[in-house]
Design a protein around this ligand. Structure first.
Ligand code: FAD
Length: 490
């Protein structure tokens, strides 16, 4: 029996892991040969967003031989995504073993990265992945694959130009960029924005924040803080306020009871990942509607982080109807006729999916086909927020409401949470993103190929490099019937 120890990366350090990754990729002949005919001054693909979805999309595309790619991110280096910004949980919700953006490469997993530095024992003892460590891992992933993310560049708008897209950018680069395909790897709010309910209208900005805002928690010391909602972000913000010395934090919750079961996580499987997009509308709607209605609970650890404070409260059945400024604070009115005075309000109301909320599309956002345009749910399954999700093609591309008005939308790929109503959980949460990226890369490559079919046909006609040189065989005449073939009777 051979000793397997030499194969282990435990505690060998990141350089050893990087060497192993390099070997793995090299035997797979990565990156694949570029086959896309070049066009002067035009990118084949621009990916907006250098978070994990943008990076794994790049890995999938380069694995398929698409190389003329630019990845643009408005965030500074190392601050892509929510992880070091408005994400305020101590650990990820996801189990540590998820392979996330590894795209089938063991050496690219979080587990390999962790064990290479801290060893197998520490890995066994690790419960959940600390949030900041997840960002360290993503930074290593970028470095190990040498991904060229261009930080500090914001994509402000996209417009069609012939069969191309012209992007207007600002920040570290100003001007315009031409591309054939555009991937929106823009994150959790990437096809929408923070959900700000109408009851906030008129409340001065210094009295409230959304959970995704940059909040100065030290300013909440000795303050009465109201948190609307009890989802994961609401709870994380509540914990931050409590840990910064808030006088009290009260969760004001519309529901009568705490959601406790993470339904979609419970049924997660490769079958769901692969099969969801193939289901008819009524089944896709039913799954998503049920998941939205039952609501994902905040993680147990995050909830305990709040409830261990004696000055934390959970109030159920409190539907906020109106909030008004009173003195230095805000009075929150509820549907049951009661009210509460707070010094500061945090909205834990999540994000809306609504292409109209994205400035990048300009007026064309109104042309994007939505679920509410194509599907009328049966009584009892209605949901306005789900209806505003884009109704995508199976290749992640947007569709137009009226054929012919914005055909260029079929060159724009929605590789973010906005795709989930149409395609399931393959472009946002950690578990399914490598599957999503493989799917995206295949579809995008197929589109590039078929658009260039004339060139590829000409390449076929022009190709004249012989594989046989002519000295490998000799032509002879076929013996006629009347002749004797050796060993046979004529
Ligand atoms: C608070 C929080 C906690 C989460 N926890 C988990 C978890 O535990 N497990 C799990 O599976 N999922 C979790 N998720 C969901 C998901 O994993 C994350 O949202 C993740 O960041 C998605 O990666 P992404 O690459 O799609 O987007 P992001 O990481 O958000 O990256 C998108 C990037 O796009 C850039 N960008 C956007 N618009 C533009 C523009 N116009 N121009 C240039 N750049 C732009 C942004 O700067 C950003 O860096 C969490 C999400 C949030 C918000």
């Amino acid at each position: 029996m051979q000793n397997q120890d030499h194969l282990s990366i435990d505690s060998l350090g990141l350089s050893a892991l990087e060497a192993r990754l390099k070997d793995d990729l090299s035997v797979l002949c990565w990156p694949a040969k570029n086959w896309v005919p070049p066009r002067d001054g035009v990118s084949d693909v621009v990916i907006i967003g250098g978070g994990m979805c943008g990076m794994v999309a790049w890995l999938a595309l380069t694995s398929g031989g698409v190389h003329n790619i630019r990845i643009l991110d408005r965030a500074p280096v190392g601050l892509e995504g929510p992880w070091l910004g408005y994400a305020r949980m101590e650990t990820l919700r996801s189990p540590k073993t998820l392979t996330g953006p590894a795209f089938g490469h063991g050496s690219l997993t979080f587990q390999a990265w962790y064990r290479a530095q801290f060893g197998a024992k520490a890995w066994e003892e690790l419960d959940k992945i600390p949030r900041t460590m997840w960002m360290e891992y993503l930074c290593w992933y970028r470095k190990a694959l040498n991904i060229n993310i261009e930080n500090g560049i914001c994509v402000d708008s996209v417009e069609p130009e012939g069969d191309l897209l012209r992007l207007t950018v600002s920040g570290a680069e100003t001007g315009t960029i031409l591309t054939r395909k555009l991937v929106f790897a823009t994150g959790r709010d990437g096809t929408g924005g923070p959900n700000i309910p109408d009851f906030m209208d008129g409340l001065p900005q210094h009295l409230w924040a959304h959970s995704a805002d940059d909040i100065d928690f030290s300013a909440l010391r000795d303050k009465r803080v109201a948190v609307i909602g009890v989802g994961a972000s609401a709870v994380d913000n509540s914990a931050e306020a409590l840990e910064h010395g808030a006088k009290e934090v009260r969760h004001l919750i519309r529901r009568q009871e705490m959601p406790t079961i993470n339904k979609l996580m419970g049924i997660g499987s490769y079958g769901f990942t692969a099969g969801f997009a193939e289901l008819p509308d009524e089944w896709r709607w039913r799954f998503m509607q049920y998941s939205f209605s039952t609501q994902t609970p905040s993680p147990r650890g995050s909830t305990l982080r709040v409830s261990r404070h004696p000055n934390a409260y959970f109030h159920f059945g409190k539907t906020t109807t109106r909030i008004e400024q009173r003195g230095e604070g805000a009075v929150i009115h509820f549907a049951d006729g009661t009210s509460y005075q707070a010094d500061f309000v945090i909205l834990g109301t999540g994000f809306n999916i609504d292409p109209m909320a994205r400035t990048e599309f300009g007026d064309a956002a109104a042309e994007i086909l939505l679920w509410q345009d194509v599907y009328t749910p049966p009584p009892g399954e209605e949901r306005g927020d789900l209806g505003r999700f884009p109704y995508l093609n199976t290749d992640f591309t947007f569709r137009e409401k009226q054929p012919g008005k914005a055909p260029w939308l079929s060159n724009v790929y929605c590789f973010n949470y906005g795709a989930s109503a149409s395609l399931g959980k393959v472009s946002g949460d950690i578990p399914g993103i490598s599957d999503g990226a493989a799917w995206l890369s295949r579809a995008l490559s197929a589109a590039l190929y078929s658009e260039d079919v004339q060139t590829h046909w000409q390449d076929l006609l022009d190709y004249d490099t012989p594989e046989l040189l002519g000295d490998e065989w000799e032509a002879t005449d076929l013996e006629t019937k009347s002749q004797t073939i050796e060993g046979q009777v004529a």
